[in-house]
Design a protein around this ligand. Structure first.
Ligand code: ADP
Ligand code: ZN
Length: 219
């Protein structure tokens, strides 16, 4: 419903945690729409740079194709600059950052946070979710091959769907390994700061959104 009340608006400095394939992007779009705050996805920023063949894009691609993290200095600089923009003053949703303790420590020096949402999906579901994912080239909406029944266009905007280069089995395996080793420790990191809320990501996307909004309304 349009502009949020100041009370809610002030409390919307959000980090989304969760494994690759947990559905962070899908939920981030919904939250950003609902509260009228910017959605900052480091993965999206890197993919845009790759597409436009910028210097950052050239660096990022070599890491992303292998399933590794883009170097911290590059990533932190991008996030720091983005959070300094005016539209982030009242709130934002960070999707895909931080991804290791070093980035989380850096973020402490950049901004306060109100909540860290961990979208939890059992590890054994993640490989199938990611290798079966198809993404809209127009609006970015995600689909899964099991529900597409052979269709190759977006139900929302009609553009073609594609498979992300890093959604192949070998790269996904590496991304999941990186997640368990480097990103999962952030759950304890933010628990210790009393910022962590866990949401069940192993249900349909609308049910996850309902849980997420419920948590945010209670802040
Ligand atoms: P997913 O969460 O499905 O892996 P993302 O779009 O968030 O997808 O990230 C894709 C890739 O972009 C990652 O595998 C990583 O190489 C790079 N990346 C995204 N965010 C970060 C970050 N905070 N630090 C380092 N690399 C990142
Ligand atoms: Zn679309």
């Amino acid at each position: 419903m349009g502009t949020p009340t100041p009370e809610i608006g002030e409390k919307m400095k959000i980090v989304l945690l969760g494994a690759p394939g947990a559905g962070k992007g899908t939920q981030a779009v919904k939250i950003a729409e609902k509260y009228n705050i910017p959605h900052i996805s480091t993965g999206d920023i890197f993919r845009k740079n790759i597409k436009e063949q910028t210097p950052i894009g050239v660096i990022a691609k070599s890491y992303i194709d292998k399933g590794n993290l883009v170097p911290d200095d590059v990533t932190i600089e991008i996030v720091k600059n983005r959070l300094a923009e005016d539209d982030c003053k009242k709130g934002f949703i960070l999707d895909g950052f931080p991804r290791n303790v070093y980035q989380a420590e850096a973020l402490l020096n950049i901004t306060e946070l109100n909540v860290v949402l961990d979208i939890h999906v059992p590890t054994e579901n993640l490989m199938a979710r990611l290798t079966g994912r198809r993404v809209c080239s127009g609006c970015g909406e995600s689909y899964h091959v099991t529900t597409l029944e052979g269709r190759n266009t977006c139900a929302r905007c009609g553009e073609n769907l594609y498979q992300r280069d890093d959604d192949n089995e070998q790269t996904v395996a590496e991304r999941l390994a990186v997640y368990h080793k480097q990103t999962e420790p952030l759950i304890e990191f933010y628990k210790a700061k009393a910022l962590l809320k866990t949401v069940n990501g192993d249900q349909d996307a609308d049910a996850v959104t309902a849980e997420v909004l419920n948590v945010l309304e209670r802040l």
